[in-house]
Design a protein around this ligand. Structure first.
Ligand SMILES: [Zn+2]
Length: 362
């Protein structure tokens, strides 16, 4: 796993493939021509390309988020109702009963009580929903669960762009799944359930947050792998108040403050190991299933490639230059298995320096 970035898309396209299937997605490019060239390279017939404002998607994501928050509020009104009563102290028990967790009813009640417009009342309600607290049950106390229904169309629309941002690779294992599998949009913080905390409702309020979405392959995301796991140190954040302070024990490709190579190391055959017994490294190995059969072998091939590059470059120029150039190239993220390649590059540099020192010693 290596770092990735999510830049905002700025073009939308519609293209038909060889079988007649239509692909309509957004993407990021410097020009319309560049989008067309990229699509043609993928074997697509371009129908149209036009500028796109990401605010359009964000607006839909915001509405979808509001919808799931209100599903949750409706389902647990016994918990959220008293928070509404505390926010609007004039509310009676009969008012709370009448609202029953329905946003529209709350808006209507505020309108009639305050004599305000629907827009104004909606704004008040939305600022209240951004401040509500999830329940924090006592240890051993089980809270009844009601599943939240999500609209997966919203995040599916991100898939093309996410994979392009990660150079066609799974954000976790860095394999390229698209040749054999359509790929997944993975939620780093699971949206509907957290295996490590049976009372956790899931990070439903982040289901449509683009910074919680990563391109993934089935082997990392599904069977035997991440699924709805999310280990943390301390408590899981139960609502939007605590996410910033939460300490995940799983590597996140968007977190550029954490160096994956401080937590994971690669053996000479491409197998991974937690570095210095790092729990983040250990959990990432386990939950992204980084040592599944075949993957170490593919990483090993990538490590051999970097060795060939290193040997060619150090024959031509200095170790410092070769290291700098190769490191910059690997960090662009386009090469296969960049994390393993970076690890190998450091090892090669140390080895060459040691060999040179030994030769000088003779
Ligand atoms: Zn993967």
């Amino acid at each position: 796993m290596i770092w990735g970035n999510l830049e905002e898309p700025n073009f939308k396209f519609n293209a038909t493939d060889e079988q007649g299937y239509v692909h309509e997605f957004f993407c990021r490019a410097d020009s319309e021509d560049e989008v067309r060239r990229r699509l043609v390279r993928k074997g697509l017939i371009v129908n149209w390309v036009k500028p796109y404002s990401f605010s359009e998607w964000k607006d839909r994501a915001r509405k979808a988020t509001d919808k799931v928050i209100w599903q949750r509020i409706r389902n647990r009104w016994t918990h959220f109702g008293p928070q509404a009563a505390a926010n609007w102290p004039w509310m009676t028990a009969a008012d709370l009963n009448q609202i029953a967790g329905e946003k529209k009813k709350l808006v209507a009640l505020l309108q009639s009580h305050d004599g305000t417009s629907e827009d104004e009342a909606t704004k008040h309600v939305e600022s209240w929903t951004a401040s509500v607290y999830e329940e924090a049950p006592q240890p051993g106390q089980l809270v009844p669960k009601t599943a939240i229904k999500f609209n997966d169309d919203v995040w599916k629309e991100m898939k093309w762009h996410l994979f392009e941002q990660f150079h066609g690779k799974c954000a976790y294992c860095e394999s390229k799944p698209l040749a054999v599998y359509p790929g997944d949009v993975e939620h780093y913080r699971p949206k509907g359930k957290v295996d490590e905390d049976e009372n956790h409702p899931g990070y439903y309020w982040l289901a449509y947050d683009e910074q919680n979405m990563l391109p993934a392959c089935a082997s990392c995301n599904q069977w035997r792998a991440k699924l709805t796991h999310f280990p943390v140190s301390g408590a899981h954040s139960r609502d939007w108040h605590g996410v910033a302070a939460e300490q995940p024990l799983l590597l996140n490709p968007y977190d550029h403050n954490v160096n994956p190579l401080d937590h994971l190391e690669f053996g000479s055959t491409g197998a991974t190991k937690a570095r210095n017994t790092s729990p983040n490294g250990d959990n990432s190995r386990k939950y992204y299933y980084l040592d599944r059969p075949g993957l170490g072998e593919a990483r090993f091939e990538a490590m051999k490639l970097v060795e060939q590059d290193w040997n060619t470059r150090t024959l031509r120029g200095s170790i410092t230059e070769a290291y700098k150039e190769l490191r910059t190239d690997i960090l662009r993220g386009e090469r296969p298995y960049c994390a393993a390649q970076l690890w190998e590059l450091d090892r090669l540099r140390k080895r060459t320096i040691a060999e040179l020192s030994a030769a000088e010693g003779i």
